[in-house]
Design a protein around this ligand. Structure first.
Ligand code: CP
Length: 299
């Protein structure tokens, strides 16, 4: 394992498999109801989030606490960042405070590399701009592998691809693990240069989802766009929302994924989010195991 976990683009299939295998062991522990292990005794983990989060931050903190690490969260809004402290100086301060691992979320793609190069602590990417969200993709892959026993699957990713770091990490991760990744979005929500990525673009959700083993819905990231990229949430839902009709064209055993947070009635119909084949809750649970594995491997 390298010093830091910055993305899946530069990771090999063997490295991804090693994390997923360890996460499977961690999940066995969690399923026994164990919430305290000695895996990270004496280690210190800091979550440093420059953007909002519920799942990722809580999941990392929970994983670290369950493994007996000491944990701290820097609420950027109440920190010395507000007095003009730079990311590197904040990182160096955390080094001086004997931090072993910094879990960073930042609105700027590439901020992770900058921090990682300048601190002694190991750095984990909890989402950087449009770039990558590697532990989300790892938990998505973990959830699929747990359900199907393989990642040689057809996965349709439908929604705001352009602004999604989850999509990018999944493109790299899933394809390295043998999946066929299909994408569909309005033209305004597809990134420039999508042809260079290891995915196939489809004109309609029905074409993308035909025979798919899994459909992943992505939220429209209103916080990262100026507006005007689609007419209205209602119209978006009518053309691109994941609903029961769309599921009819998928494989009969298909599952629904969503990284969260979900916007019911926009990218996903409310009844589909809560359907039996929705793995959204399982993704969050598996996220603890995946983050336990990642933290333990980097400690
Ligand atoms: N999936 C995800 O990153 O969710 P949060 O923004 O709540 O962390």
């Amino acid at each position: 394992m390298k010093k830091d976990l910055l993305g899946l683009k530069d990771m090999t299939a063997a490295e991804i498999e090693e994390i997923l295998n360890l996460a499977a062991e961690m999940k066995k522990i969690l399923k026994q109801g164990v919430k305290k292990t000695p895996h990270m005794q004496g280690k210190s983990v800091v979550t440093l989030f420059y953007e909002n989060s519920t799942r990722t931050r809580m999941s990392f903190e929970t994983a670290a606490k369950f493994m007996s690490a000491s944990t701290s969260n820097i609420a950027v809004a109440n920190s010395s960042v507000q007095k003009g402290e730079t990311l590197i100086d904040t990182g160096k301060t955390l080094d001086s405070l004997m931090t072993d691992i910094i879990v960073l979320r930042h609105s700027v793609g590439g901020a992770l590399q900058l921090l990682a190069r300048n601190v002694r602590a190991r750095v984990i990417n909890a989402g950087d701009g449009f770039n990558e969200h590697p532990t989300q993709a790892l938990l998505d892959m973990f959830t699929l592998r747990e359900r199907f026993g393989t990642l040689k699957l057809k996965v349709a990713i439908i929604g705001d691809i352009k602004h999604s770091r989850v999509a990018r990490s999944n493109f790299w991760g899933l394809t390295k693990m043998g999946a066929e990744v299909r994408v569909c979005a309005p033209g305004t929500l597809l990134p420039m240069g999508i042809e260079a990525l290891p995915v196939k673009t489809y004109a309609t959700p029905r074409e993308a989802a035909k025979g798919a083993d899994a459909v992943m819905a992505l939220r429209i990231q209103l916080e990262r766009q100026q507006g005007g990229l689609f007419p209205s949430p209602q119209e978006y839902h009518a053309f691109y929302g994941i609903d029961r009709e769309l599921l009819k064209v998928c494989d009969k055993n298909a599952v629904i994924l969503h990284p969260g947070p979900i916007n019911r009635g926009v990218e996903i119909a409310s009844d589909v989010a809560d359907a039996e084949n929705s793995l959204i809750g399982e993704q969050v649970f598996s996220g603890i195991a995946v983050r336990m594995a990642v933290l333990f491997m980097l400690k």
